[in-house]
Design a binder for this molecule. Sequence first.
Ligand code: HEM
Length: 151
Amino acid sequence: MDFYTILKNLHSYNRYALLLVITFVLVRSLMGWLGKGRYEKLDSATGGAMLGLAHLQLLLGLILYFISPYAMKGSLDPLNLNRAWVVYFKMEHITAMIVAVALIQVGRTASKRATDDVSKHKKVAIYTLIAVVLIVGTLAHKGLLLGNVPV
Ligand code: HEM
């Protein structure tokens, strides 16, 4: 297996790990915020895991961006059969995902700075919710939420 295929697979599988942890964090933070629950060690640990997976995804994506035939190496020539994918990865995917990871980071930092448990949950809930909408929206309309780029 070549370097590109390994990175592509890692980026592809890490999406499931990230989506799973993000969903868990989102549900717990919403419940904690609206139900005025305590911010527990588990919240901090899963929040940290979410941030780590998001940064890993960003790093893998950034490298892929320069070696994938669907990004920098892809042609925007109207005759290219993969042009729609090249447009998507060259512009839409990278922009939306960088913003999403930044939102996850801001939510984490803001929740660490917050002094009481409910506002810790609230910061995580709000920023993570927007990030999830962005990630799911950007992947779903291309069939990438659970699927792959056709080869
Ligand atoms: C939350 C962050 C991200 C998620 C959930 C995500 C998800 C995905 C998914 C599901 C695919 C399709 C994989 C497949 O076909 O099996 C993909 C491909 C790709 N992603 Fe991301 N991505 C993220 C961030 C990024 C970022 C920040 C970049 C660029 C800087 C990036 C660049 C790419 C590229 C270039 C491909 C095409 C790979 C190829 O098939 O050659 N991704 N991404």
